[in-house]
Design a protein around this ligand. Sequence first.
Ligand code: SAM
Ligand code: SF4
Length: 444
Amino acid sequence: MSDTPPPQTYRVKSFGCQMNVYDGDRMGDLLTAQGLTAAADGTDADLVVLNTCHIREKAAEKVYSDIGRLNRKDGTAPLIAVAGCVAQAEGEEIMARAPSVRMVVGPQAYHRLPEMLQEAVAGRRVTDTDMPAETKFGALPRRRRSGPTAFLTVQEGCDKFCTYCVVPYTRGAEVSRPFADLMDEAQRLTEAGAREITLLGQNVNAWTGDDAKGRTVGLDGLIRELAKLPDLARIRYTTSHPNDMTDGLIAAHGDVEKLMPYLHLPVQAGNDRVLKAMNRSHTVESYLRLLDRVRAARPDIALSGDFIVGFPGETDAEFEDTLKLVDEVGYAQAFSFKYSPRPGTPAATMEGHIAAEVMDERLQRLQAGLNRTQVAFNDATVGRTCDVLVERKGKFAGQMIGKTPWLQSAVVSTSAAIGEMLTVDITTGGANSVFADERVRAAA
Ligand code: SAM
Ligand code: SF4
């Protein structure tokens, strides 16, 4: 293959979880540091990075159809890189199936993107799916850009091996980033304009590190220290595993004002036999008692979760148990999925795979149930006074949209700018958002 002119512009398209959004932003930082500029909306880019997701089959297959659609207005193909978890799991297959792809880079190796780009420009096709001992984070440029809300990956990987899940294979073992690095990155984010930081990890509450005094602390220790940053107004974290919900973290929900009253705590199913087959290592009862403790610490907490319907062998009665759990908990938000067999995971070869139409029907019933609890939650917040951090413009002139402490999208008529914190009264509930009236404008 002949030499290609070095790309001047790039676009990173991220799919899947928030950790991919974080990685996509960091790849953008790396490319910017190499002198490339982000392609403006609606224009062709010289380099396109597809930052992919492998969690379900549909998400993984999407990459091949996306590659086919990347041609530019003049009919030429951009330089294409495939990154993320599909790259990690199917690197060789991508290279074989998609000759236009010039770089394949796994989630633990993307700090090497600049060198890979040089190789690709010289006409070579390059793959890097190593999980190097050195962390990529140390090799990434310092963060200089941020909107009012920012993600900060504090932990990666997973040692839990739920029987349906590819994450332990694509992201590797659990690794926590050092405390000092995280404090430094958070400080820089606030200097760049972030007022809310969401700490990310596949099992974020498994994070552990040594604080400035050398004491080993858990996620609550990190949150307490971050709360001291004067320009940081709000802290969130996701995704947590029930087994890593420590007493300290629960207590932090009661006494750290900047920690928002929202907890995403996936349960996956409402039946103990199914949970055991999933290797979840919690029961319905232990999950409910955990929620009791969280609610005792923070009575107004909004609860969210992930659910899988149609796990191999799930009976109608076992699925009904999930519906009961949804009503009992009263989720404020949730994500629900049809089980998708992933190559190499134990569940993929289990007996009793569920027919597609049964899964469809179960998913519809589950989503109807979740929709009811979500509307009930939003309705119950009508009349509350709270803060809203303005994130973007609304659909109509004079409308802005931001988040309440409970992570509801709030539509407010206001002249406030993006990044301002408003005090509002919630006036109307809805399925996916609430409407609110502005009360007092805090100083910008
Ligand atoms: N670590 C988190 C936990 O255990 O709760 C979740 C991380 S995973 C990226 C996000 C969600 O994807 C899971 O909670 C699960 O509901 C869903 N998921 C994972 N593997 C799946 C599969 N094979 N089929 C369908 N949904 C799946
Ligand atoms: Fe996947 Fe979460 Fe289970 Fe880890 S704990 S294997 S990331 S579902």
